[in-house]
Design a protein around this ligand. Structure first.
Ligand code: GSH
Length: 222
């Protein structure tokens, strides 16, 4: 199990995408095992590799980790992206949770009926522009530094750029009222590891589609 982290998930974004983002931002190479069949999933279950019978699962440093937040916080701590003390960690956790809640609304969009999609898009725009983005905008504007935690690049920045790009896929002008977030986005996208992850051919996944849903249904017998 030594060597590069190995990620077990579908060949799609889902809950694993933030883990891919964080590893990529930290400059860590990783391997992926894509679940395509029920048999693959049953083998993982029978081998006792999935603590709660769920993916994402990541083999890393001799462990088999499940639970997305646990995996993310381990990677963040390991690569010095999780603050310098417990107070900074608490702040990072708050910022991260905001992005997770926003992305959870976006993540389900593709599965909805046309009518539900309309409602969901309204909710995405409302939550992004009224609840979450104003907070990050104010933090950046108030301290005038490059990153959410000031001069320190952290997991919170990685989550925020992922959330911004995901939201823009649904509403391209979403940052129009947020100049500090626009500048943040431009800066973060120039960080070499992130720039590389944004290039075509990287391990970043495209927006989910019907095929991904069918694969998940097949694997989970739904
Ligand atoms: N709390 C878990 C996490 O954050 O990782 C939830 C994981 C989860 O719901 N995974 C889904 C799954 O494995 C795939 S995205 N579902 C199968 C099941 O729950 O039986």
């Amino acid at each position: 199990m030594a060597g590069k982290p190995r990620l077990y998930y579908f060949n799609g974004r889902g809950r694993m995408e933030s883990i891919r983002w964080l590893l990529a931002a930290a400059g860590v190479e990783f391997e992926e095992v894509f679940l395509e069949t029920r048999q693959q999933y049953e083998k993982l279950l029978n081998d006792g590799f999935l603590l709660f019978q769920q993916v994402p699962m990541v083999e890393i440093d001799g462990m088999r980790l499940v639970e997305t937040r646990a995996i993310l916080s381990y990677i963040a701590a390991k690569h010095n992206l999780y603050g310098r003390d417990i107070k900074e960690r608490a702040i990072i956790d708050m910022y991260v949770e905001g992005t997770i809640d926003l992305m959870a609304i976006i993540r389900v969009h593709f599965k909805l009926s046309p009518k539900e999609k309309e409602e969901n898009l309204k909710l995405i725009i409302e939550r992004a522009t009224k609840r979450y983005f104003p907070v990050y905008e104010k933090v950046l504007k108030d301290h005038g530094q490059h990153f959410l935690l000031g001069t320190q690049f952290t997991w919170a920045d990685v989550q925020l750029i992922e959330a911004i790009l995901m939201t823009e896929e649904k509403e391209p002008d979403i940052l129009s009222e947020f100049p500090s977030l626009q500048a943040f986005k431009a800066r973060i996208c120039e960080i070499p590891t992130i720039k590389k992850f944004l290039q075509p051919g990287s391990q970043r996944k495209p927006p989910p589609d019907e095929k991904l849903l069918q694969t998940a249904n097949r694997v989970f017998n739904r």
